[in-house]
Design a protein around this ligand. Structure first.
Ligand SMILES: [Zn+2]
Length: 430
């Protein structure tokens, strides 16, 4: 099941020479056409011709989301405005949005990548994709839409919400695939359950593509089991086209990142240095095929690792893990980089743990994880508590490589927090 077999299974040596050629072209175009990059190159006394090997990418300056905002709206365009056919924006929680432009060629290329992803997971001509992502300035829905049409899939541009209509559409048009956020998939499941509907009996679904929010393996299994489908993980960001940057194949073991379109680097978010392969770090991406808006070494802030070894599906493009965390959330304890999401994942994998927890950092790099335990299991017997505490401490230590102090709390002790940032209380003084 390949869309472009030659390029998807290209040998590494040919892939790397293709990358180098495209990198050199991208760097020249960025230097020549985008004043922001011209200035950055002058600052570090660098010329495009200094890119002789792929390793030379490390000499290039990073591009941050602040750079994208600072150059809003047209500052990072590499082509005349007349050549641009689509605008998307990506809004953060604060400040100006980031403007992302596509030329006709860029639209086509983004759709090609989606086509690879869909065919790789078994969706093909004759399938019916109900696209429940938001259509509009956000890239999520439209980029997927164009890619699916390219494959010859019937696309239902349902958008999110209006659950009754979603169910009717799925039934009437026998949708076989969904593009959906994990939280909406769970909500949809609960509505169907309450109405006595059984997806295995009443729908024709075979697979779903989940994106735009992080979610765990447990959530994947839950959705797979409830709907009786295969769920595939998808990675993308508006700055790099939107969805289709990396995608799982049927092995469901890491997402193939399309390396003929992007150069991937994993760096230590503190130092900016490349980490050894297999270690976790911040994903940095350089576009190789974007015409309207090439971006060099974009700091995604997403923490991932590269999966080891070759994939059984035969594709040679390397795979990245699920997002482990965001570099903004990183805490450093005794020289070790730790992400609150790692702690959350460990805790959520332990049955006796309730939803709420708190991470407290104190002087001398002491870390305490305060955990509420679930009501049913809070029997107050000391030996149970001690063994639970030991279990949590051990599991955390093996994940984050630092032994935290673990405090068990009765349910309802901690303030209910929204968002990750409030989970971490840093009392360390400099
Ligand atoms: Zn694969």
């Amino acid at each position: 099941m390949f869309w472009q077999k030659d390029i998807e299974t290209i040998n590494r040596r040919n892939l790397e020479s293709l990358q180098l050629k495209r990198l050199q072209q991208t760097v020249s175009r960025a230097y020549k056409n985008i004043p922001f990059y011209t200035d950055k190159f002058l600052e570090i006394h660098m010329k495009p011709k200094d890119i002789i090997s792929l390793r030379d990418i490390r000499k290039l300056p990073f591009t941050s989301r602040e750079d994208l905002r600072a150059n809003y709206p047209f500052g990072l365009l590499a082509v005349d405005k007349e050549q641009v056919v689509r605008l998307h924006t990506s809004s953060g929680t604060t400040g100006k949005p980031k403007a992302i432009f596509f030329s006709k060629k860029d639209i086509n290329q983004a759709a090609e990548l989606i086509a690879r992803c869909l065919v790789m997971t078994g969706t093909t001509k004759g399938d019916v994709l109900q696209n429940m992502m938001t259509y509009g300035l956000f890239t999520g829905a439209l980029v997927m839409h164009y890619g699916a049409e390219k494959v010859g899939v019937l696309v239902i541009p349902a958008g999110p919400g209006n659950t009754q209509r979603q169910i009717a559409l799925m039934q009437d048009f026998k949708s076989t695939a969904l593009h959906i956020t994990p939280s909406y998939a769970l909500y949809l499941a609960s509505v169907m359950h309450n109405e006595g509907l059984d997806p295995r009996r009443d729908l024709s679904l075979r697979r779903a593509y989940l994106g735009s929010e992080p979610y765990s393996e447990e959530t994947r299994s839950k959705i797979e089991n409830y709907f009786g489908i295969d769920v595939y993980n998808s990675y993308g960001l508006s700055e790099m086209n939107g969805p289709g940057v990396a995608f799982e194949c049927i092995e469901k073991n890491g997402m193939h990142l399309w390396e003929d379109n992007f150069i991937l680097e994993i760096i230590d978010p503190e130092t900016g240095e490349t980490v050894p392969e297999g270690e976790k770090g911040e994903l940095v991406l350089t576009t190789l095929c974007r015409e309207a808006m090439p971006i060099l070494r974009y700091r995604t802030r997403d923490i991932v690792t590269i999966m080891p070894g070759k994939c059984r599906c035969g594709r040679t493009h390397r795979r990245i893990s699920r997002i482990i965390g965001r570099s903004d959330d990183m805490i450093i304890i005794r020289g070790v980089n730790i992400f609150p999401q790692q702690i959350e994942q460990v805790l959520m994998g332990i049955k006796a743990v309730a939803q709420n927890y708190q991470i407290v950092l104190e002087a001398y790099d002491q870390m305490t994880v305060r955990v509420e335990i679930s009501k049913d299991l809070f029997d107050g017997r000391v030996e149970h508590l001690v063994s639970l505490r030991n279990e949590i401490t051990e599991k955390l230590r093996s994940e984050i490589l630092v032994r935290p102090k673990v405090e068990l709390l009765e349910p309802g002790t901690l303030p209910v927090s929204e968002g990750k940032s409030t989970r971490v209380i840093d009392k360390r003084t400099l």
